[in-house]
Design a protein around this ligand. Structure first.
Ligand code: ARG
Length: 467
């Protein structure tokens, strides 16, 4: 039986009927639909609509549905079910008879879908946070293991200044910690319970909304029935947070690809996540990184699809909202599949420390330190900059580094150069002068590793509290 056929004289066009069904995709919400239905059934019993016996039959029926779809997944091929709500009602009636039809008393699919989607987003956030903690952890481990190894840092993709490899890795910890924070923030606004909002104006039976919300682990019931049945901000926020997360993954992938080219030679990507070429026997292609870079496009497109679907909708529920589901599911499933893979890659990639270290010592990356040497001797910075610039020009002609110039050569640019100039320009000295919080001096990086450890531990603590 349909959920709404009474008022119709003629049947639906079969193509339209098939086309408008959401069950082929919203069956992902089944466990949430069952949980929300259990909470609603208990509220119905409390308000006297269901007898204790009927409640018992309904709860047992709902349990059975959950079990049955596991043992007989072909049940999910149900061609009659319009959506997940209809599917549960059909199965329930098949199991316990007409009492099953009582479950829909005082509720609407508009509040149900809003509730199921909130539960889905909440549980997806909790799963992603566990994965994100593992992803952050691998950067931390690799940063600890890098010790005081150095590498060039780039601006405009030109060698700029040397940094500790650990400092570079911790930059990613910051980037991805913000993603974890954004998800945690989104979770707060998601974790409210629409049950009891009815179709648009509120439930028609006196239903205990507080208890239903608490039953489902929500922080509170939603405040306004019109908003609650039409709001998908939590979906947009969640997908937006993931589009930024995957954008970050894409930037990471791009940098890893670049650093593993023969031209850079900083990294040796793990065989386990690379592929060969069918034509060129020598090739090892970074497929995981390339696909990661492309997955971001798909998720950003999903975010766009959601924004565009929502932008013209009047209050309250409109069937357009059904179209928000697939971008949400695709985004969630894509990201959940991606994070463990990039984590595996990052665990296994080999760093070519000697090569990075060597690159950190050439290309005049000590020029700023050289100018600072003059500044400390009272030379105004703009002039010091000019003088070191001229010294660099001489080196370019001579094909050497600043420390290869003699004092005599240096003194044609400034009288302030002395013997101690050379020791200020070693890699160690250059790293050490960046001695401010957030800088690359080894003592600062040591502290930053501790901070990152605490950050990851508190993320794990939050995840644990929600488990
Ligand atoms: N499958 C529908 C959706 O995803 C459920 C809500 C249907 N509500 C309605 N009034 N037709 O939006």
């Amino acid at each position: 039986m349909k959920m709404w056929s009474g008022r119709f004289r003629n049947p639906l066009d079969p193509d339209f009927e098939r086309w408008q069904r959401s069950f082929p995709f919203d069956q992902r919400l089944l466990s949430h639909e069952v949980a929300a239905s259990r909470a609603h059934a208990r509220a119905l019993k409390k308000s006297g609509i269901l007898t204790p016996g009927e409640l018992d039959a309904i709860l047992r029926g709902l349990d059975q549905i959950s079990d049955q779809v596991v043992t007989s997944p072909e049940l999910l091929k149900d061609e009659q079910a319009e959506d997940v709500h209809h599917f549960v009602e059909r199965q329930l009636v098949a199991l316990i008879g007409d009492t099953g039809y009582k479950l829909h008393s005082g509720r609407s699919r508009n509040e149900q879908i809003a509730t199921d989607l909130r539960l889905y987003v909440r549980s997806s956030i909790d799963q992603l946070q566990i994965q994100l903690a593992d992803w952050l952890e691998v950067f931390l481990t690799r940063a600890e293991e890098a010790g005081t190894a150095a590498m060039p840092a780039y601006t405009h993709l030109q060698r700029a200044e040397p940094v500790l490899v650990a400092h570079w890795l911790l930059a990613y910890v910051e980037m991805f910690s913000r993603d974890a924070e954004r998800l945690a923030d989104c979770r707060k606004r998601t974790n409210l319970c629409p049950l009891g909002s009815g179709a648009v104006a509120g439930a028609t039976l006196s239903i205990d909304r507080q208890t239903m919300a608490a039953d489902l682990g929500f922080d509170a019931p939603t405040t306004n029935s019109i908003d609650a049945t039409s709001d998908r901000d939590f979906v947009v926020e969640f997908v937006s947070a993931l589009s930024l997360l995957t954008l970050h993954l894409s930037r990471w992938a791009e940098e890893m690809m670049l650093f593993s080219t023969q031209e850079f030679g900083f990294l040796n990507p793990p065989d386990a996540y690379s592929t060969g070429s069918s034509a060129l026997p020598q090739k090892k292609n970074p497929d995981l990184l390339e696909l990661t870079r492309a997955k971001a496009a798909r998720i950003i497109a999903n975010q766009n699809a959601l924004l565009i679907a929502m932008k013209g909708l009047p209050l309250a529920y409109n069937k357009d909202l059904q179209e928000t589901q697939e971008p949400l599911f695709d985004t969630t499933e894509t990201t959940l599949a991606l994070l463990p893979l990039v984590t595996g890659w990052m665990k296994e990639v080999e760093f070519n420390y000697p090569h990075m270290q060597q690159a950190a010592q050439s290309g005049f990356m000590n020029a700023w330190a050289a100018a600072t040497y003059l500044v400390k001797r009272g030379v105004p910075f703009r002039l010091a900059h000019e003088q070191i610039g001229k010294a660099v020009q001489l080196c370019l002609e001579k094909e050497c580094e600043l420390t290869d110039l003699s004092l005599q050569e240096l003194r044609q640019f400034s009288s302030e150069f002395n013997d101690d100039f050379y020791s200020c320009l070693t890699l160690e000295s250059v790293l050490a002068i960046h001695d401010v919080p957030g800088g690359t001096a080894p003592a600062q990086v040591k502290r930053a590793i501790l901070d990152a450890k605490n950050k990851i531990a508190s993320l794990r603590g939050e995840v644990h509290a929600h488990a």
